[in-house]
Every structure is written in structure tokens, then in C-alpha cells.
Design a protein around this ligand. Structure first.
Ligand code: GAP
Length: 502
């Protein structure tokens, strides 16, 4: 394992291996079954990692499903009838090319269109093509070999949204345009899983299939008018131009992004990351080159993030048109058309498929949160309170008597609603440092003055400012702080802390 950097380490200087080392040390994620040497491409999430991952998924679901009128969710199975994957084209066309470097032996997968065009990303030498392979994991369904059928672990969550499309439409009250969301595991037998959580063999996706009747305009387009980011179209790439910072709305108006729905979803997804604390300067929207597109896509854009390894895909936005529904119609002999209140009888298009990997979102939030604070001389993980594994830590200043009792009561009460931590060991400074490092946004201290005044002190992780809050109001204050409904200064009475003499 690589050593973490110590002093002067800002998030943008951390390598992916250093982040992996930090995540292992603090219990965010470790190689799966490591006592047996692990298994490439598989990771286990520890006590902090599982909380962060669940919070990312919960925030995604709230934002995309609960807070919208035009989206519902499903939870499809991981293994399904193999005909689903034949119809979708994954059996025949979901193919990567395996290559090995002539000089250093580095193994990689490349797209078909890259054969002969790309060099080894480790040493720059030529690759030798080892053949094509389909990354779907095969499994046998049924315990008796002769009776079992060959199926696959799903390589994307999207496909059951299409297979179940009619049923979902029939039993929900959706009118076009509408979306169907799914969060869950996906599996790909990647030839070279690497870069910590970036390319795994088992991972999770958060996907939306957004359906329209062809030609339907995006009624939400004005909502993204203020969103600005780097845009990198196919033309800019082909003519060796740089990506250009512009309003996503203007990129659509100028025809750089052809489709209003594409512009809307790219801007919305970028905003979701920024709302949860990601650094907007590290994102760009890049259009796929024609030869790079998947077998089902008409036009694809990626939301890319500047990882320490370079610009990489974070989330894909494919226009799948009616490819999938048409395929399922052909293969199942069942109509996939719906009767829509406005559009009438129609086979809808998927005008955009925002498809995001949970692991890559996890990396982005960790990279943008991590800071080695020189003044504090410890790591501070500036995670959004919504994503932080623990929302608060409760410290009794004295580990006995009434102070301890009141602290336990405060802890028990907060635990009813939030994931909070009780920490009574070590100096207060040590306890702050420990919690800064795991991203706990608020530390609550109970001392003797709490007994008389029935109040506690809350210290904010990022500013280290402190306020006094009445115990009876603590739960609602913490809720407001987590939801960003109140500023820290307005949440209680400021406490003047002593400044240490040099
Ligand atoms: N349904 C479309 C689809 O699956 P994709 O571009 O192959 O499209 C979508 O995958 C997203 O899933 C990617 O942008 C990435 O965030 C995530 N992803 C794909 N393969 C992954 C892998 N091997 N490990 C981790 N995340 C992966």
C-alpha cells in the first residue's frame, strides 16, 4: 500500500493510491477478502464507507425520485431471463478488446475503434491485441447442471427498466415525458480492474431512463439557465480545440449540444454534485466521438471529472432513442407502445439516460473533501453534512457523574434521528482531530456549565467556530444545520474561544 502524503496535502494533490490507503486506514473501503489476498476488482466497504455510500444513494434518490413529479423508481433483479440480454444487444455487441503491452506487459481493455490507435498508458509502447471479450459474468440458474440455464449477472441496471416498461407505465400514473430510476449492483468482468474504486468488477449504478414522445420539448430547460461548465464537443476534439467554459443552456442554443434534454440532464447532474460539495472546477461535459458510442446510442455525452489519473468518465448521458423498446418488442413479440394522455399511442424514445456509478461518485466526494490542514496538523474531511457518515459526535468533558449522564441522554436522544457518535476518550483536541478526519461536521461538548444552563457547545468542523445551544432545541438545530436551512452563526449563541499564544 502507498503511504499517504503528510504535510501540505490538498485534495487535488492526493493520488488514487493515497486515497485508497486513507480509505483503508479509516475503514471506508478495503480489498474484498483481504486476509486471502483479496480479489482484483472487488471491494468491501467498512463502517464509515457503508454510511457514505448509503448517504450518496439516499441523496441521489431523494433528488431524482422523491423531489420530482415525473420520476418513479424500480428495483429489478440482478439475474434475469437471458433473453433480456440477447434483445438488448449485450450478448452480441457488448464487446471490449483485450490488449497487452509489447514492452511492459501491462494489460488493458480498449474499444474496437481504438485498435492500432492507442499506446500503452503505462509506458507508451504498442499494444498486442489478445482478442475480443464480452465482460458479462455468466452463471447457471438451477442446481442440476443438465436442467440449468445459462444467464448473466446484469452489466447495467438499465435493462429491466425497458423489459418492465409496460408494467411500470400501466401501474403508475405517468404521462410523457417521464423517467424511471433504478439503483443497484452491476457486474462486469473487466480485463484490468484498477485505480481503486474507479474500475471494479462489482459496482453500483444509479440510472435513469428518461422517456419522451419524439420531438417533445424539455419543459425544464429554463431551470438550468445559470449553470456554467467546461464543454468539450466532438468538433472541438476533432479540430484539437480546447474545451470551452460556457452556460450549458447557451451550448444548446448554439447547437453545440444538439438536444435540449441532453443539456438539461448534464446541467442538472453537474448541479447535484456541486450541491453536495464537489468542486465545480473539476468537471466538464465531453461528447463521445462517433466511433466511441455504444451499440445503442445516437448521441452520448459524459460528465467527466479531473481525477488524479486525468480526465475520466464519471457519468454517461446516452440518447438511446427507441432502440431498447424496439428490440424488446421484436424479441418478446409483445407491444411496448403505450397510450399516453397527450401523445396518444406511442413507442417512446429514451432521449437521455443519466447513468452514474456510485463508486465514482464516492471517489469524487472523497477527493474534494480531503484536506491536510496545516494549521490543525491533521486531515479534515470536508464532506457535506448530508453525506458525512456521522452527523455529530458527543463529547462529555468529564467522563463521570452528571456530565456523563447528561451526555448519554443527549446521545440517546440524537441517535433516534441521526447517526451520531459518542466519544469520551482522549483530550478534547484529540477528539476534534479524530472526528475532523472522518468528516463529522459537528462536535457537541457537554461540560459542567451544561448542567446549570441546560445547554451544550457545538463546534463546526470547517470553521472551528463554536455556538451554545439549548439541549431541548438540539435535535431541531442539528436537523436544520444538516439540511442547510440555517447558517451556523444563526443556529445559537457564539462562543468566544481562547486563542492559543504562540
Ligand atoms: N446503462 C448505460 C451504462 O451502463 P456505462 O457508460 O457503461 O453506461 C455508466 O456505465 C456508469 O457506470 C459510468 O459512467 C461509471 O460511472 C459506472 N461504471 C461503469 N463501469 C464501471 C466499472 N467497471 N467500475 C465502476 N464504475 C463503473
Amino acid at each position: 500500500m502507498v503511504k499517504e502524503k503528510s504535510a501540505n496535502n490538498k485534495s487535488n494533490m492526493l493520488s488514487i493510491d493515497e486515497l485508497a490507503t486513507f480509505c483503508k486506514r479509516r475503514g471506508f473501503a478495503y480489498p474484498s477478502g483481504e486476509i486471502y489476498g483479496g480479489l482484483a476488482g472487488f471491494w468491501d466497504y467498512g463502517p464509515l464507507g457503508v454510511e457514505l455510500k448509503n448517504n450518496i444513494k439516499r441523496e441521489w434518490w431523494r433528488f431524482h425520485v422523491h423531489q420530482r413529479e415525473d420520476l418513479v423508481g424500480i428495483d429489478g433483479s440482478i439475474i434475469t431471463n437471458p433473453k433480456v440480454w440477447e434483445a438488448s444487444g449485450h450478448v452480441a455487441s457488448f464487446v471490449d478488446v483485450a490488449v497487452v503491452c509489447k514492452k511492459c506487459g501491462h494489460k488493458a481493455k480498449i474499444d474496437k475503434h481504438q485498435v492500432g490507435k492507442v499506446k500503452c498508458d503505462k509506458c507508451g509502447s504498442d499494444y498486442i491485441v489478445k482478442g475480443e471479450f464480452n465482460p458479462m459474468f455468466v452463471t447457471n440458474v438451477g442446481p442440476i447442471k443438465e436442467d440449468s440455464i445459462k444467464s448473466y449477472l446484469r452489466p447495467e441496471t438499465a435493462q429491466l427498466i425497458f423489459a418492465d416498461f409496460k408494467a411500470i407505465h400501466d401501474n403508475s400514473r405517468l404521462k410523457l415525458p417521464f423517467g424511471i430510476a433504478q439503483v443497484g449492483k452491476a457486474f462486469r468482468n473487466e480485463i484490468s480492474p484498477r485505480e481503486f474504486l474507479f474500475r471494479c468488477r462489482e459496482f453500483e449504478q444509479m440510472e435513469i431512463e428518461y422517456f419522451i414522445a419524439r420531438g417533445m420539448k424539455c419543459p425544464y430547460i429554463d431551470e438550468i439557465k445559470g449553470v456554467e461548465m467546461e464543454i468539450y464537443s466532438e468538433e472541438m476534439q476533432k479540430f484539437d480545440k480546447n474545451a470551452k467554459k460556457m452556460k450549458v443552456y447557451d451550448a444548446w442554443k448554439k447547437g453545440i449540444i444538439k438536444n435540449d434534454w441532453h443539456a438539461y440532464w448534464i446541467a442538472l447532474e453537474f448541479s447535484w454534485f456541486v450541491l453536495l460539495g464537489a468542486n465545480p472546477e473539476k468537471f466538464r461535459a465531453r461528447q463521445h466521438l462517433s466511433e466511441e458510442k455504444s451499440h445503442y446510442a445516437v448521441d452520448t455525452w459524459d460528465l467527466e471529472y479531473s481525477f488524479p489519473m486525468g480526465w475520466r468518465e464519471l457519468e454517461g448521458f446516452a440518447n438511446r432513442s427507441n432502440f431498447d423498446l424496439t428490440q424488446h418488442e421484436k424479441h418478446s413479440n409483445k407491444s411496448m407502445s403505450i397510450q399516453d394522455a397527450i401523445a396518444g399511442k406511442v413507442l417512446p424514445d429514451v432521449v437521455c439516460e443519466p447513468s452514474l456509478g456510485v463508486e465514482r461518485a464516492f471517489l469524487v466526494f472523497m477527493f474534494d473533501a480531503y484536506e491536510h490542514d496545516q494549521k490543525r496538523e491533521n486531515i479534515v474531511l470536508h464532506l457535506s453534512p448530508k453525506l458525512a457518515p456521522y452527523k455529530a459526535a458527543i463529547f462529555p468533558l468529564i467522563s463521570k457523574g452528571e456530565v456523563l449522564e447528561v451526555s448519554r441522554e443527549v446521545y440517546k436522544d440524537l441517535k433516534e434521528e441521526f447517526n451520531v457518535l459518542f466519544d469520551e476518550s482522549g483530550s478534547i483536541g484529540r477528539r476534534y482531530a479524530r472526528n475532523d478526519e472522518i468528516g463529522t461536521p459537528f462536535c457537541i461538548t457537554v461540560d459542567e456549565s451544561s448542567l446549570k444552563g441546560k445547554s451544550v457547545t457545538i463546534r463546526e468542523r470547517d470553521s472551528t467556530k463554536q455556538i451554545k445551544v439549548k439541549i431541548e432545541k438540539l435535535r431541531s438545530v442539528l436537523r436544520d444545520l444538516i439540511n442547510d436551512d440555517i447558517s451556523f452563526e444563526d443556529a445559537g449563541k457564539a462562543v468566544v474561544t481562547r486563542v492559543k499564544k504562540e
